[in-house]
Every structure is written in C-alpha cells, then in structure tokens.
Design a binder for this molecule. Structure first.
Ligand code: ZN
Length: 252
C-alpha cells in the first residue's frame, strides 16, 4: 500500500443546525452532519480523515490543518459569502501547489470553486425530488473505477445545463433527469499542480451520501486527486483590476 492520504472534509454545517422543517429533514438523514456521514462511508486504511466546518475558528482550516491536507472535500450552500477571502486565497495557493479539491453539489457556487474555475459556475436547478440517471462516459478514468455504466438516484434536486464551467474539464459522468434536463455531473480539472473534481449529486434533504456508487465515486476522486509531490507557488493571485489598470496614452 502507498502512503496514507490526508483528507479534510469541509462542511458548511448550517442546514443540519437550522430550526426549520428543512433542518429537521436533514438531521433525520445526517444526525451528525453530512461531513460525518461522508467520512464514515469513505473510511478506509489508506485515508486519514479529518473534519472542518464553517463556524469553527478559521472555518476549521487553520494553517496547520490546511498545510497538512492532501485532498479537501467541500460542501457548502447557504453561506458561501461568509467564507473569508483570506482563507480562499490560502486554499487556492495550496491547490496550485498540489492539493486535490473535491467539490460537491451546491459547492459549485463556493468562492473556492469559482476562484479556481474563473467562470460564474451558474446552472439551472429545480427541486421536485425527481429521478436522476447518471451515465459513466469515461469508464477507463480512475474516478470511474468500479462504477457501473449507469445508475440511478431515486430523488434528487435537478442541476441542469447550461453549467458555466471552463471547457477544459474532462467529463467523467453525465446525468439525465426525469424532467428532461441533462447535466455534466462529474467533471475533472487540473489547475496548477492540483487536481479538482466537481460532482453534482448531494442535495441535503435526500440520503445521497449513503448511496454506494456516489461514495465510490467520491472515494475514487480522493485517490485520483491526491498529490504525488508538492510544488511551491510564489504568487498565485492575480492583481486586483485597479492594480493593472494603466492610463490610456491616446486619451485626450
Ligand atoms: Zn441542493
């Protein structure tokens, strides 16, 4: 066996604590939070799993945690805006140096995913509990190892095209929904020295993170995204627009 992969599962962990009907439903499925279920389902000898949540100091990702994380899993939804930009800068730098990032479901609108993509990451959505059929379009890819050619999830939130992501993503899974929409539901990217995988299933009011195929895909993605080596990145951030704006010499 190779070296152990240090995985940190980050969950916004707000739906689970909310005192409304949705909170009750989410707690009934994920009593300790989605992150704990994902971690328990992923548990394996080659993974060392830690957890981090939004309301912890430094959002659960102080330097000593982030700098000892090989692969970061990210689930967020209602509080993307509360994630501090300095942390997003640090995560970006860590990814460019080699860290893997697995972005789940509504994490498509997280600051870190939008930062790494450079696009809006907008999509269509509809929540009526419809069926999703997922198709494996790259069965030879490591993320598809052991995943059937197609499988279904009985109740999901629909995420549909157009999904505003860059065109260099490798599409590993495609989804069809009962309502007729289609979606690039599993897409793999490389940014700097880091690998990024976006996977759309994972709406909080359905037990999607207990589905064996979903967990197999996330586990495969973790192992695919784990870095072999690290590379120092000196200056990952683009200058702010005002810093690169120069006077137009032809302007009167
Ligand atoms: Zn959702």
């Amino acid at each position: 066996m190779g070296k152990v992969i240090r995985v940190t599962i980050w969950n916004e962990f707000r739906h689970e604590k909310s005192q409304d009907r949705t909170g009750e439903i989410v707690r009934s499925i994920y009593p300790e939070g989605m992150h704990k279920t994902i971690g328990a389902e992923l548990a394996a000898p080659d993974l060392e799993i830690r957890y981090a949540t939004l309301d912890e100091p430094e959002h659960g990702l102080p330097d000593e945690v982030l700098n000892s994380t090989d692969v970061l899993i990210w689930w967020g939804h209602m509080a993307h805006g509360e994630v501090r930009d300095e942390l997003v800068d640090k995560i970006q730098r860590r990814i460019l140096s080699g860290m893997g990032l697995i972005v789940l479901h509504s994490g498509h609108f997280s600051k870190i995913f939008r930062r790494m993509m450079g696009t809006s990451c907008s999509l269509l959505w509809r929540e009526v509990g419809e069926k999703e059929r997922i198709w494996t379009v790259e069965p030879a890819h490591p993320i598809a190892r052991g995943v059937p050619a197609t499988f279904t999830l009985p109740n999901v939130e629909m995420y549909g095209e157009r999904f505003d992501i860059p065109q260099d993503g490798r599409i590993i899974f495609l989804s069809w929904y009962e309502g007729g929409n289609v979606f690039r539901s599993g897409v793999a990217f490389e940014r700097g020295h880091g690998r990024i995988f976006y996977f759309s299933p994972g709406h909080e009011t359905y037990p999607i993170f207990k589905d064996e195929n979903v967990i197999r895909i996330i586990g495969n993605a973790v192992r695919w995204a784990a870095p072999e080596d690290w590379y120092e990145i000196s200056c990952p951030n683009s200058p702010a627009p005002e810093e690169i704006r120069t006077p137009d010499p032809n302007r009167k």
